[in-house]
Write a protein that binds this ligand. Structure first.
Ligand SMILES: Nc1ncnc2c1ncn2[C@@H]1O[C@H](COP(=O)(O)OP(=O)(O)OP(=O)(O)O)[C@@H](O)[C@H]1O
Length: 364
């Protein structure tokens, strides 16, 4: 890790007028890893990727690729390739010619080109498809050709700008697993931008959650999910319930909140603690909520709620309930153990306070 990493950036800033689209971003991506930048529309992902590719220049900060400073290096001289959402395969060229295009420009001899094209097609699971036309391929196959066209050039870094965005849901699910395997097989360093948290979580070694031009948190997917550093990350990564109340006490890292209907709930204090007496948000995941019964542990927090709907979605089935005007979702296991609950039925929703996070209110 450090300046010799495949990609190392320090304090990158890119302003448009008075607005900093990229606002002091630093990142360190070791060789052979899958790094995702995840954030909502307009947070600055594309602007950051354009700086890395060299299509745009930072106002401040440095970009290093394998130890070499890139700020003044034009895009075609950087050891970087880019895959776009709307891929631009040349429609009148065969798959083989599309893949060989960059090699030809590098003046790689024809025989070697043929060997490398055949090998990369095999690696992306399209052996022998050199002579097909892009129009004769499915959307997923075309995206694999676009990837092969970049990987055949053996870049240090592959930048991917929402490459699955144009595919339908089922294909996207399949391709995100394939991409993860391909990245590991090639060992190329991937920097992937997306607004889809599931894509980032499934594929990445590290995810940077971006908001308003800054990184809120950079961590492996599981850590982001279990230990969100900010209320934005808690609300953006995975499903979460949010309860708002007043912070009345803190003891041993556990915060106690009084909700507006007077109920008391508890959760672990996050990194940014509000002062006692101030408003605070408690986040608890749907799968951490249990439908309370006799076996409720005494240290659990619990709320009375009334069922507003059961939402069947196979393994992701959920219960929607209302507790004093706040909507909560709880996971409903589909192995027959979930009780049958009618709309309007009263339930008790309980949780282990260690699984809940409490933060000062922030934009979610
Ligand atoms: N050339 C430009 N001139 C002025 N403002 C720009 C320019 N490019 C981007 N911006 C602004 O910078 C901010 C970040 O834009 P950017 O396209 O990087 O976001 P994004 O996270 O990629 O969004 P999306 O997911 O919708 O593509 C936005 O407020 C955008 O309006």
């Amino acid at each position: 890790m450090g300046i010799e990493s495949d990609l190392f950036c320090s304090n990158l800033v890119r302003r448009f007028g008075s607005n900093a689209a990229v606002d002091h971003v630093s990142l360190d991506v070791p060789a052979g890893t899958f790094f995702s930048i995840l954030g909502p529309s307009g947070c600055g992902k594309t602007t950051l990727l354009r700086l890395l590719a060299g299509f745009d220049r930072p106002d401040e900060g440095d970009i290093h690729i394998r130890g070499a400073r890139m700020n003044d290096v034009p895009p075609n001289r950087r050891p970087v390739n880019m895959v776009f959402q709307h891929l631009a395969l040349f429609p009148t060229m065969s798959v083989g010619d599309n893949i060989g295009y960059g090699l030809k420009r590098q003046k790689v001899p024809a025989a070697e080109r043929r060997t490398r094209i055949a090998r990369v097609l095999e690696q992306v699971g399209l052996p022998g498809m050199e002579n097909r036309n892009p129009g004769e391929l499915s959307g997923g196959q075309r995206q694999r050709v676009a990837l092969a066209r970049c990987l055949v050039l053996e870049p240090t870094l592959l930048l991917l700008d929402e490459p699955l965005g144009a595919l339908d849901l089922k294909l996207r699910e399949q391709m995100k697993i394939e991409l993860k395997h391909l990245q590991k097989a090639f060992g190329t360093t991937f920097v992937y931008i997306t607004h889809d948290q599931s894509e980032a979580m499934v594929m990445s070694d590290q995810v940077a959650v971006m908001k308003d031009g800054r990184f809120d948190q950079v961590a492996p997917p599981e850590e982001l999910y279990r230990e969100p550093a900010t209320p934005f990350v808690a609300g953006f990564v995975g499903d979460n319930n949010r309860l708002t109340g007043e912070l009345v006490a803190v003891q041993d890292g556990l915060a106690e909140l009084r909700l507006d209907d007077g109920s008391m709930v508890r959760g672990r204090l996050g990194q940014s603690s509000p002062p006692i007496g101030e408003r605070a948000d408690l986040f608890i995941r749907p799968e951490s909520l249990v439908l309370g019964g006799d076996a409720l542990r005494p240290d659990y927090s619990a709320l009375r709620a009334s069922v507003t709907a059961t939402l069947f979605d196979g393994a992701n089935s959920r219960l929607e309930a209302d507790s004093a005007g706040q909507t909560l979702y709880a996971r409903l296991p589909q192995d027959g153990s979930a009780p049958r609950l009618r709309e309007g039925a009263g339930v008790q929703l309980a949780w282990d306070p260690m699984l809940a996070r409490v933060f000062a209110p922030g934009a979610v």
